[in-house]
Write a protein that binds this ligand. Structure first.
Ligand code: NAI
Length: 339
């Protein structure tokens, strides 16, 4: 029996993982000798003891896998770390070395994330999130709701991988001109009408909308900061569905206050691990993070709780790839999605 401890699980994770395992067993793609142990909490130095008799530990996007946790996993004899997400910026890969192999889910639905970025853009531009509340209060005033046509405007995209490329096609569908920056250029995208690659310095002053789709790396941390913001068009709309630390959030707050940035749609936040994915609405849970509180109080900011990935298709694909990653490692020793 392969014992798998799965951290930071919500009811939907349990449902999708159990369904994916049942389907793969039915198809005879994997053998039925896997036991899934669901743990509600994040992985940390206390909860990691749940991994004691496990062959595999499965972590999610905000689990911080640092040296002390890795030491414990080695001590417990864990044979495989299976991330059920694409990003691995919270894993200390240098310390992990080849102590335990690690796999991830590199792709599950670029459409889920790109479509959410589109939703953030459309909402923050036309203020439909505020209109929803206003009309329910029988207030039919349009004050403060003036938006702009996206048609004919320029969208700047940073990162043209799977999600960035999908988002670019959505923007072109709106009739926008798209300019993009990536360290590697995608030859297929270059063939599209109204699309071109530019260098990063040119992207900032030319874009009416900027959307981030690059990973968080030492080279991309705080790619959006006071200096790059100063080079943007006044009133630019900023969308971030990638990772919070791509943006220096305090600098963004200043730019939202002084009007340099017109609006922001944020699905991710630098310090999200302390808040996101949980109901913290009870009165004893006053938001202590001053930057987060400031953002939440701004009418030109729309925040969502890292939900871009949250579609049925994406959750099923994440679950299926995770189970298959584990099966392949134990059955054949293969690690097709090795980090
Ligand atoms: P990908 O690996 O297909 O594409 C990333 C692109 O960024 C690549 O083309 C790469 O060359 C480019 N890149 C790397 N360094 C760069 C730099 N310095 N400047 C500009 N571009 C650079 O990844 P994918 O699947 O498109 O995902 C993108 C990001 O989206 C992930 O790294 C992750 O942070 C985020 N994400 C967020 C989710 C959410 O629910 N909010 C869900 C899934 C991914």
């Amino acid at each position: 029996m392969i014992n798998i401890s799965i951290f930071d699980t919500k009811p939907h994770d349990r449902t999708f993982l159990k369904d994916a395992l049942a389907q793969l067993v039915k198809e005879k793609t994997v053998s039925p000798d896997m036991e899934l142990h669901f743990i509600k909490d994040h992985a940390n130095e206390e909860t990691i003891s749940f991994a004691k008799d496990s062959d595999v530990v499965c972590f999610f996007v905000n689990d911080i896998i640092n040296a002390p946790l890795i030491d414990k996993l080695v001590k417990y004899g864990v044979k495989l770390i299976a991330m059920r997400c694409a990003g691995f910026n919270n894993v200390d890969l240098e310390y992990l070395g080849d102590k335990i192999p690690i796999v991830r889910v590199p792709e599950y639905s670029p459409h889920a994330v790109a479509e959410h970025a589109l939703a953030l853009l459309m909402t923050i531009n036309r203020k439909t999130h505020r209109a929803y509340n206003r009309t329910r209060e029988i207030n039919f005033s349009l004050d403060g709701f003036l938006g702009m046509d996206l048609y004919g405007k320029t969208c700047g995209v940073i990162g043209t991988g799977k999600i960035g490329a999908t988002f670019i096609k959505l923007m072109l569908g709106l009739g926008m001109k798209v300019i993009a920056y990536d360290v590697y250029e995608n030859e297929e995208l270059k063939k599209l009408e109204n699309f071109s690659y530019v260098d990063l310095d040119s992207l900032f002053p030319l874009s009416d909308v900027i959307s981030l789709h690059c990973p968080l790396l030492p080279t991309t941390r705080y790619i959006i900061n006071s200096s790059t913001i100063n080079r943007m068009k006044t009133g630019v709309i900023l969308i971030n569905t990638s990772r919070g630390s791509l943006i220096h959030t305090r600098d963004l707050v200043q730019a939202l206050i002084n009007g340099k940035v017109g609006a922001a749609g944020l699905d991710v936040y630098e310090e999200e691990a302390a808040y996101f994915f949980e109901d913290r609405s009870s009165t004893e849970n006053v938001v202590k993070d001053e930057v987060l509180a400031r953002l939440l109080g701004m009418s030109n900011v729309l925040m969502t709780s890292h939900q871009s990935f949250f579609t049925k298709e994406a959750l099923f694909n994440i679950s299926k790839t995770t189970i298959n990653n584990i099966h392949l490692f134990f059955d054949t020793g293969e690690l097709p999605n090795k980090v």
